[in-house]
Design a protein around this ligand. Structure first.
Ligand code: B12
Length: 333
């Protein structure tokens, strides 16, 4: 299939960040991934089968090419006057990006199927493959020292999704090399000091990881989390490459429901059903209400606030997972 046709059809549905790459093994990062496991740096969110992480053919036997898209999600901050608010990373402001990306890539596939028959598989985030390396190969952006893929127009606030396909394309995109130069602002600004070297993140120290893991968080880790309820954007916010970037044109990522924050008291006092109704379709809900409630308790601990309503709700909470955090928090007041 002609690449021009793919680009034309992508633009028709608003996908203006697109790259094409072959389906060869991601051998540049094979060793990095195995070191990551040896150094115990891999997270529980990653597949431990290294060949699945680097070989697209292990995911789809017939794959010949990969059509990669970047969906920008940057929107400016929203003001709020609530003292008891917790932060959501921008990746969790709007509708779950997994759903949004799949919808767009399905639309694209339907359009292209009118010209030629082909097989495909749509992936974003949840596949064993290393999305950033695929995006890098497809020229979507370059690696920043904070390990994010950075695009000139939209910065690093882009989600990555792709379509593995048996189509053979007439040309492929060219990767772009890092443009960070001497800058090390992200290394210096990371609250968890997680970027231990340029391009090397220790996920276990990354605040984003701490807000998602179900492992017990000790006092030191909890302090570093501040008022982050889901994810962390610091290494992106401080990045000079994100200054003056273009806002997203995907309405789906606007924080209509969340306003970019969560009301801490509400999260603690609401039922599972109320939580599902309000926050169920944001990406940060994937670990369940208890994890976000845990983070809300930690945020209160860090703000240094308690009132009778919160105290009562926590005393009546019977979750075994939350128990150590509730005990720790209540013992401080
Ligand atoms: C596990 C995971 C996490 C973990 C670990 C992150 C990490 N850096 O490894 C945690 C929970 C911490 C996390 C956090 C976030 N994540 Co995450 N995460 C993933 C996931 C599922 C796997 C990542 C992975 O495989 N890491 C493996 C290691 C080896 O990769 P790496 O650390 O990025 O290392 C690369 C570079 O260091 C580079 N490299 C190494 N050495 C060198 C040397 C030079 C010179 C150069 C140039 C490059 C280079 O090669 C490595 C391989 O790509 C991917 C989805 C997927 N299936 O790929 C999403 C993904 C990486 N996450 C994403 C997002 C949005 C985030 C957050 C911004 C969310 C948030 N706001 O909290 C943060 C960003 C934190 C950060 N600075 O990385 C996006 C990133 C989009 C982008 N523009 O880059 C992805 C791609 C999901 C998606 N499909 O959109 N995430």
């Amino acid at each position: 299939m002609k690449v021009e046709l793919i680009i034309e059809k992508s633009l028709e549905i608003g996908l203006d960040l697109i790259g094409l790459t072959d389906a060869s093994i991601l051998n540049r990062i094979e060793e990095k991934i195995s070191n990551r496991f040896e150094e115990n740096l891999a997270t529980e969110f990653e597949n431990s089968d290294i060949s699945k992480r680097v070989n697209p053919r292990e995911i789809m036997k017939s794959v010949n090419s990969i059509i990669v898209v970047g969906l920008p999600y940057f929107y400016e901050s929203y003001n709020n006057n609530n003292r008891l608010y917790g932060k959501l990373a921008r990746s969790s402001w709007g509708i779950d990006y997994h759903i949004v990306i799949k919808n767009y890539l399905n639309k694209l596939a339907d359009k292209l199927l009118q010209y030629e028959k082909f097989e495909y598989s749509i992936l974003a985030d949840t596949s064993p493959l290393v999305d950033r390396e695929i995006a890098y190969k497809a020229g979507i952006g370059y690696y920043g020292k904070n390990t994010s893929i950075i695009n000139d127009k939209y910065g690093s606030f882009i989600f990555i999704g792709y379509l593995l396909t048996d189509l053979r394309l007439d040309k492929y995109s060219v990767p772009i090399e890092s443009q960070c130069g001497e800058c090390d602002i992200c290394l210096r600004s990371c609250p968890g000091k997680a970027i231990e070297e340029p391009y090397k993140l220790n996920p276990k120290k990354c605040i984003s990881y701490l807000t998602q893991t179900k492992h017990y968080l000790n006092e030191e880790e909890s302090k570093k989390m501040g008022i982050n309820i889901y994810g962390c954007d610091i290494c992106q916010i401080v990045c000079p490459k994100n200054e003056n970037i273009k806002e997203s044109h995907f309405d789906e990522f606007k924080p209509y429901k969340t306003n970019g924050i969560v009301d801490i008291k509400e999260i603690i006092c609401m039922s599972k059903r109320e939580f599902e109704n309000k926050y169920g379709d944001m990406s940060g809900a994937w670990r369940g209400k208890n994890v976000l409630t845990r983070n809300a308790i930690i945020a209160l601990e860090n703000i240094g606030y308690i009132d009778n309503e919160i105290k009562k709700a926590l005393e009546n909470n019977s979750s075994e997972f939350l128990k150590p955090y509730i005990v720790r928090y209540l013992s401080k007041f």
